[in-house]
Write a protein that binds this ligand. Structure first.
Ligand code: PLP
Length: 468
């Protein structure tokens, strides 16, 4: 790689008077910006020719790693391949150029997409209505909890201010409850990684008439199917609460089972995880919220119109292109791939919960702890072999968590390649531990001091200059 171009900031490549554009001819005549609105000094903008700009940003973009460059086994946050067809459909000018304030008679096609997508999601989840307003999963959780809150208040049940959340929950669950002004009661997991029903019974006995809802993720954040849901739903409904389903991880359930049939009243779906929108780095996303019949009048207004419409387009294109018969295969294939990796590596990586998993599973570091090689080292070494690192040190239930989710898209060859590399790293941990501990060796930036980077992040150019 050309370091001259690659390592520098665009400002450092600037040459006075260099240009990369020519303005079109001005047809409007001169216009003088009023004196009081002018800058005192020229803006410090980089001056570069077009090729320098193109090469600079192209080289930078080559440092990105995404699911389009290679295998991305991140757990807890489905990172699956998003077919390019769906991008093309979402970019059709007839949809892309709509304005939300256009007369309704001119946007019938877009409204049909919303209606048909709602119908598809209802069928896939067993719920009766969806709102597409939320912009993300966490936003959906908040919307769902506000819906639940509105429902209790409408019944005069003002005292229901508590939400039961399992200790394995995604961090957004308690955060959303707190933002909604609700109080969180944590229920612990039993040794098998699922909700401890006895512990929940004790909570229901003590707090029953103040419980607004229970939030559950299924499969949970350990990738385990929560087997006690019918019983849990009976307990929560029995005390007057509602069941909330965090459907961010709906992927392994597609076509296999439906939250509405399990006793859930309200749920959100991360369209940007399960239904084809590239995500990461904060958006765009869509977290539609579904409810059972009779709750739809309690939906709050959390955004204007129908949320991120282009994300809805991609989801609908994804559903239509797979169709009923192939949507059914998504969940089972994702589950098969995860179990295949788990079984192929459990002799060299520590598997704390050794059962069938769903879309993902968690190792507790390498099996051989005598080498001193940590989960962090394994994750860094994977970068040298061209893989994105899995999720590490989450969930917090184990010290050396390493969480893997392959998704349904990866071929047998890709998965076998990943397994081979994971085994090789386990060998290296024994034969040459220093190589693993000092990885990565082949990335533009080697091992960073993550404590220093977190405590003293250098995020501005000026600060960099001052320090050098
Ligand atoms: C990703 C995820 C969320 C949050 O979704 P965002 O769109 O990132 O807000 C919530 N719960 C679970 C289980 C998740 O995996």
């Amino acid at each position: 790689m050309n370091n001259q171009l690659y390592g520098n900031l665009i400002f450092e490549l600037s040459q006075e008077g260099r240009r990369g554009y020519s303005l079109p001819r001005n047809h409007f005549g001169p216009y003088a910006v009023p004196q009081d609105m002018r800058r005192k000094e020229d803006a410090a903008l980089p001056e570069c020719d077009e090729m320098t700009v193109v090469r600079h940003y192209t080289n930078l973009s080559n440092n990105n790693f995404g699911v389009d460059n290679g295998f991305y086994p991140l757990g807890s946050c489905t990172m699956k391949y998003n077919p390019k067809l769906n991008e093309e459909v979402a970019a059709l000018p007839q949809f892309q150029n709509l304005h939300p304030l256009q007369p309704a008679s001119t946007v019938k096609g877009a409204m049909a997409v919303v209606t048909l997508l709602e119908r598809s999601l209802c069928e896939l989840t067993g719920l009766a209505h969806f709102t597409f307003k939320p912009y993300a999963g966490a936003h959906g959780e908040l919307t769902g909890l506000m819906t639940i809150d509105n429902y209790h208040r409408a019944r005069g049940d003002w005292q229901r201010r508590k939400v039961v959340v399992p200790d394995s929950a995604h961090g957004t669950n308690p955060a959303s409850a707190a933002v909604c002004g609700l109080e969180i009661i944590e229920v612990k997991s039993s040794a098998d990684g699922t909700v401890d029903v006895d512990a929940l019974q004790a909570i229901v006995d003590q707090h029953g008439d103040t419980i607004a809802a229970m939030m559950m993720t299924n499969p949970n954040t350990l990738g385990l199917f929560e087997t006690h849901i019918p019983e849990i739903a009976r307990m929560i409904h029995g005390c007057g609460g509602l069941m909330y389903y965090d459907g961010a991880n709906l992927n392994p359930m597609l076509g296999v089972c439906r939250p509405g049939d399990m006793g859930f009243d309200v749920m959100h779906i991360n369209l940007h995880k399960t239904f084809s929108t590239p995500h990461g780095g904060g958006g765009p996303g869509a977290g539609p919220v579904g409810v059972r019949e009779g709750l739809q009048q309690f939906f709050p207004e959390v955004s204007p119109w129908h949320g991120n419409f282009a994300v809805l387009m991609r989801a609908y294109a994804y559903i239509l292109s797979l169709g009923r018969e192939h949507l059914r295969e998504v969940g089972p294939l994702a589950t098969l791939n995860a179990n295949y990796i788990k079984e192929s590596l459990k002799d060299v990586y520590e598997l704390p919960i050794d059962t069938m998993c769903c879309h993902e599973f968690v190792f507790d570091g390498l099996k051989d702890k005598s080498t001193g090689v940590t989960t962090m080292d394994v994750a860094k070494r994977l970068l040298d072999y061209g893989y994105h690192a899995p999720t590490i040190y989450f969930p917090l239930l184990f010290h050396e968590s390493l969480m893997i989710e392959p998704t349904e898209n990866e071929s047998r060859q890709t998965i076998d390649g990943f397994i081979a590399v994971m085994r090789r790293i386990a060998d290296e941990a024994r034969s040459e531990p220093e190589t693993v501990k000092s990885a990565p060796h082949l990335t533009p930036i080697g091992r960073v001091d993550d404590v220093l980077a977190a405590k003293h992040p250098v995020v501005t150019y000026r600060q960099l200059q001052a320090e050098s």
